[in-house]
Ligand binder design. Structure first.
Ligand SMILES: Cc1cc2nc3c(=O)[nH]c(=O)nc-3n(C[C@H](O)[C@H](O)[C@H](O)COP(=O)(O)O)c2cc1C
Length: 388
């Protein structure tokens, strides 16, 4: 058993154990991948203020996100096709999150369905909605999330059309994998993954197949998926979704102060400062750089969360100290899942928790809610001096 001490260790194992097209699907950004890279490198530019001779006993990372108790301010982000990284991936990740005491967010484009995850967990999870052209589908899936007792709806606003990720096109990403020579050679080394997948029945998009007329197999599904995201999505539709849901609403994909104000106007309970992990608009600011200016505009009026680029507990601490009330990890938990299933997701959470707790202590803080700008050394002009 390898000794895992970092998210990078899990990432290395994920690469070795999961079919290349699914590893690449996770570990890529759009076009030049500049935003994808800067999401992580910009965290490195922020330094920490070391403080000494502070009583470090009785530390706590416990906090709240949208009024719900969390063991640390880190939720699992919605990640599509997670059940292709590891058999039953969404169920396993949700279980690990439940045991750790952090929220799990299920993607619309998950392999395990809302009902599958609900049946296998007892803590309410969050559901992420992509706005689709098919309004009956939206109505039905919101009802399914309510029936499953989901405790928040996360509406993703930054994917009306898909950013291009070159690797997916070059790898011929498909579910199921096509039996081409390169794919078969790759699969020959991925016996754990094959063994897992051969034991599960969950191998297609569980929230969709069987829930839409005419969608019964994967070939028609891929056509459906390409055509189904709603390019007309606008703030009026967001209001309608809010009305239909009638519960805690989180708007994901906010990167601009103007949009943050609009999110506030439609009555969001929280916003997620996010560039979709660098998978959509290449050339957009990293989330950690965008956070400060958004905090200036709406920070005292709505709960602000952040994702994109978090690979350690130190990154979590930096985002919280910059003003976010919560954070999300995408790839960090997917690496754990691809590496070792549920135990790997638990490991990813443990690694991040330990880094957060130790860093907090060495910064002279004992409670995550006391973190603030006073703990950071942020370069002058970190947010950038941009001309519009
Ligand atoms: C493989 C993959 C699939 C994703 N699928 C979804 C999705 O279905 N819905 C969504 O709102 N965001 C999706 N995201 C974006 C994540 O929710 C999150 O914003 C992003 O992963 C955060 O960046 P990080 O991976 O650097 O932590 C996906 C991200 C990845 C890496």
């Amino acid at each position: 058993m390898p000794i895992i001490t970092t998210i990078q260790d899990l990432k290395d194992l994920h690469r070795r154990r999961t079919p290349r097209m699914f590893y690449d699907y996770a570990e890529s950004g759009s076009w030049t991948e500049t935003t994808f890279r800067e999401n992580t490198t910009d965290f490195e530019k922020i330094r920490l203020r070391q403080r000494v001779a502070v009583d470090m006993t009785g530390r706590s990372t416990a906090s709240q996100m949208i009024g719900q108790d969390v063991a640390m301010p880190v939720a699992l982000a919605p990640v599509g096709s997670t059940g292709m990284q590891h058999a039953d991936g969404e169920i396993l990740a949700a279980k690990a999150a439940e045991k750790f005491g952090v929220p799990f967010t299920l993607s619309t484009m998950s392999i395990c369905s809302i009902e599958d995850v609900a049946e296998n967990t007892s803590t309410p999870f969050w559901f992420q909605l992509y706005a689709m052209r098919d309004k009956t589908f939206i109505k039905n899936i919101i009802q399914r999330a309510k029936d499953a007792k989901c405790s928040a709806l996360v509406v993703t606003l930054d994917l009306q059309i898909l950013g291009q990720r070159h690797k997916d096109l070059k790898n011929g990403l498909s579910i199921p994998i096509k039996p081409t020579l390169p794919n078969l050679l790759d699969l020959a080394t991925k016996w754990r993954w094959i063994a897992g997948m051969s034991k599960t029945k969950r191998r297609q998009f569980g929230n969709i197949v069987g829930h839409i007329d005419g969608i019964s197999d994967l070939s028609s599904l891929s056509v459906w998926a390409a055509e189904s995201f709603d390019p007309k999505l606008n703030w009026e539709e967001v209001k309608e979704i809010k009305k239909m849901w009638d519960g805690p609403l989180i708007l994901k994909g906010i990167l601009d102060g103007e949009d943050a104000k609009k999110a506030l106007d439609v009555g969001a309970d929280a916003i997620i400062v996010s560039n979709h992990g660098g998978r959509q608009l290449d050339g957009a600011l990293s989330s950690i750089r965008a956070l400060g200016p958004i905090m200036d505009v709406v920070g005292d009026k709505v709960e602000v969360h952040l994702d994109s680029g978090i690979r350690s507990g130190q990154d979590v601490l930096k985002a919280i100290a910059m003003g976010a009330k919560g954070t999300y990890i995408g790839r960090a938990f997917v690496h754990g899942l691809g590496a070792m299933g549920e135990a790997g997701v638990a490991k990813a959470l443990e690694v991040i928790h330990k880094e957060l707790d130790t860093t907090m202590a060495l910064c002279g803080e004992t409670n995550v809610s006391d973190l603030g700008r006073h703990n950071l050394l942020v370069p002058h002009d970190f947010a950038g001096n941009w001309q519009e």
